[in-house]
Design a protein around this ligand. Structure first.
Ligand code: TXA
Ligand code: MG
Length: 354
């Protein structure tokens, strides 16, 4: 299959060429094909969420385990309502507050959603993206679009169209290239089927923001540490070693100076043995690392820059052929909770405390 790449402007003001590309993409979705498209979080790999055969193609293209359900993306509330059998009050409040935006909610599903989309669960994940390209694609397709992140299963999520092409060239009909995404980590997932909502995946809609909107929110244990063998977490995707770079990644936690010293010590050891060593640091600390492939992931004082660059830096170390990666850690509040969740998973929870 030849994968067509079409550029679409990021601004939300579409040129006639943009409109033609969006129409073409919507036609591919309606015909049961696959289109990768930008969202405000990461690039998604889209198919008609109501067509089991189309959803099946997503699993094949990604090499994704078939028990891992997909998120249905909608552009308006009526479209969301058709997918759910009931919209609990707290779900409605969160939708009003955070949609369109980087929030996915788990609802009891309606009978129009096929098993292939939900992995056989009696719930459905629904999200209304704010990215204008994503919203316009869904509107034109006039269907909910099932879309996981557009990476090969297990690789870091794509935050640029180039990343999608690396993983999906020849496997999907089309890529809409809307430039680099804004946020850089996947949406927050909240299960609203129970009286007290449960956070299943941290993202840019933070715990602090959720609690402010609906009061108490529980945190699913799968977020906090490795999932024990045999345990089925509420978000099935959380059990896989996700977001992983090819080289083993070690996170170093502790006081800033002790962390730098430990990373330099570990790097020197591996460099002396002839290995390629990647170091993930920040604008504030980068001058403290004399050796290795040193990459700043962003500014500590502006966490959104860290989220924005996270997956691109992990992919860059794949391209550079790093043998080992050592990374600084971040405080686990606000957006830091999402950043550390992804870094912890990428590291397979390999953390050194100094
Ligand atoms: O930001 C995002 O959410 C991106 C963009 C493309 O929108 N999409 C995304 O999809 O991250 P994916 O497939 O990579 O992650 C979906 C997560 C998985 O962990 C999956 O297990 C969980 O959502 N999920 C989907 N349906 C669910 C359900 N009914 N109950 C619990 N978890 C569910
Ligand atoms: Mg994913």
């Amino acid at each position: 299959m030849k994968t067509i790449v079409r550029k679409v402007s990021e601004s939300g003001t579409f040129t006639p060429e943009d409109r033609a590309a969006l129409k073409e993409a919507a036609a591919v979705i309606r015909a049961g094909g696959l289109v990768a498209f930008p969202t405000e979080t990461v690039y998604g790999l889209g198919a008609n969420a109501l067509d089991a055969r189309a959803a099946e193609k997503i699993y094949a293209a990604k090499g994704r385990p078939s028990d891992n359900p997909l998120i249905a993306h909608v552009w308006c509330l009526e479209q969301a309502e058709a997918l759910v059998s009931r919209m609990p009050e707290k779900g409605r409040i969160l939708a009003e507050r955070f949609w369109p935006g980087p929030l996915t909610m788990i609802f009891p599903r309606s009978e129009i959603v096929p098993d292939r989309t939900t992995g056989g669960l009696d719930t459905v994940a629904v999200r209304m993206p704010s990215d204008p390209v994503a919203a316009e694609l869904i509107r034109l397709a006039d269907l909910p679009i099932a879309a996981p992140s557009a990476n090969t299963s297990g690789r870091p999520s794509p935050t640029r169209a180039e990343h999608v092409l690396q993983d999906m060239d020849g496997r999907i009909e089309m890529i809409l290239d809307g430039g680099p995404v804004g946020i850089g980590v996947e949406s927050t997932i909240v299960d609203v089927t129970e009286e007290i909502p449960v956070l299943l995946r941290p993202g840019a809609v933070t715990m602090e923001m959720l609690t402010e909107a609906v009061g108490e929110v529980r945190v699913d244990p799968a977020i906090l540490g490795p999932v024990a063998p045999g345990v089925r977490p509420k978000a099935p995707g959380m059990k896989y070693r996700h977001y992983a770079p090819r080289a083993p990644l070690t996170l170093v936690e502790g006081e800033a100076e002790a962390v730098t010293a430990e990373i330099n010590r570990l790097a020197a050891e591996k460099l002396a043995a002839g290995a390629r060593v990647g170091i993930i640091c920040t604008e504030e600390t980068k001058a403290a690392y004399p050796a290795g492939l040193v990459r700043s992931i962003g500014r500590r004082s502006r966490e959104e820059t860290v989220a924005h660059n996270l997956y691109a830096v992990l992919r860059e170390f794949d391209d550079l052929g790093a043998d080992y990666i050592f990374s600084e850690s971040f405080p686990e509040d606000h957006l830091g909770r999402a950043i550390m969740n992804r870094l912890n998973k990428a590291a397979g929870y390999h953390i050194l405390r100094v």
